[in-house]
Design a protein around this ligand. Structure first.
Ligand code: BMA
Length: 331
């Protein structure tokens, strides 16, 4: 197929979609109350009192990751960081956590009156998806590994769809590294697996490997998904962020998918770091205006940064730059 020139989005039009906060990076290893290597990829939620909680991935100086909570009234500064790790790997009871726990995504689930944290548990078989439930980010009830290796980039939808819980995740299968959705009656047993969105191929920015960023954002138009696409280059991987919209009642149906990325490594703290050229959002919060969102992302696998966007603008951008998932385009 040919790609009409007027269907190609120009990078300029995405420039103001996600605005980096002037205080970036908002959290680095220097802020930590104990000795660590790096802090990045944080799950995010608003707490009942309106303050922001980041459940940060912290990499220690052995190279293994745990999770640590940081709380702030305005979500930008004045972070109150737990003085010791909040959730440590527990490889004795959960062998799948032998090499650490990473990249949490938080969903508040009204039916359970709890937050469900989906995180990567890393062990000899590779990364898998684990769940833990909490009311306060101080004590956690672990559900253990729910998607075995190789699988990651998972988040739960906040309520049941057709009576079943729905989990978005990214298994590596013989089909490739695509985004899937699976369903469960009890959060323990999962089935009805379906592909939600495929990685593109060839030269595309999101060729071969994609994964969910933050938990999908519920809008009147459907579930708005930020996802990462990984481009392999001669000097390593480039992690960028794209946008797609899914049907509210049938979340495996992709309504629109943007052609170009909307956010990529540009600032020094994104282009440098332990792993250069990485922006990796895992959480968002919505302001009281119902439109402005804070997107928290790991930068260069070394620090946490904040970008702000308007939900209306993201949807408008998708209307102009998106198309229904097109099998021909994807091949
Ligand atoms: C992915 C995950 C992320 C990490 C990214 C870039 O595969 O492991 O935690 O930020 O790679 O290194």
């Amino acid at each position: 197929m040919t790609l009409a020139i007027d269907s190609v989005d120009y990078i300029d039009s995405t420039d103001s979609l996600l605005r980096r906060h002037p205080a970036n990076p908002i959290l680095t290893s220097k802020d930590w109350p104990y000795r660590i290597n790096s802090v990045f990829n944080a799950g995010t939620t608003l707490l009942e009192d309106g303050s922001t909680l980041l459940l940060c991935r912290v990499e220690d100086r052995r190279g293994l990751s745990h999770l640590c909570a940081a709380r702030s009234v305005n979500g930008v500064d004045g972070w109150n960081i737990d003085p010791t790790p909040t959730l440590m790997p527990d490889p004795i009871r959960y062998p799948e956590e032998l090499w650490g726990i990473e990249d949490p995504r938080i969903t508040y689930v009204p039916e359970l009156q709890q937050y469900v944290v989906a995180y990567t548990s890393y062990s000899k078989g590779g990364p898998g998806v684990s769940l833990a439930l909490t009311k306060d980010f101080r004590t956690f009830e672990r559900y253990g590994v729910i998607m075995s290796a190789d699988d990651k980039d998972a988040a739960l939808l906040p309520y049941r769809i057709g009576g079943l819980w729905a989990l978005i995740h990214r298994p590596m299968t013989t089909l490739g590294a695509h985004i899937w959705i699976s369903y469960s009656p009890d959060l323990h047993h999962w089935g009805s697996h379906r592909v939600m969105m495929e990685a593109r191929k060839g030269a595309w920015w999101d060729a071969n490997k994609i994964g969910l960023c933050c938990p999908p954002i519920e809008t009147p138009r459907g579930w708005l998904m930020l996802y990462h696409g990984v481009r392999q280059t001669a000097s390593g991987s480039l992690y960028r962020v794209g946008l797609a919209l899914f049907d509210s009642k049938k979340p495996d149906v992709c309504l629109l998918r943007g052609d170009s990325w909307i956010f990529g490594p540009d600032a020094d703290y994104e282009r440098g770091g332990d792993v250069h050229d990485v922006v990796f959002p895992c959480g968002y919060t919505i302001h009281p205006d119902g439109d402005t969102i804070n997107i928290y992302y790991g930068a260069g696998d070394s620090c946490i940064a904040l970008a702000q966007a308007s939900l209306q603008s993201l949807l408008r951008w998708l209307d102009h730059n998106g198309r229904p998932s097109d099998p021909e385009l994807n091949s």
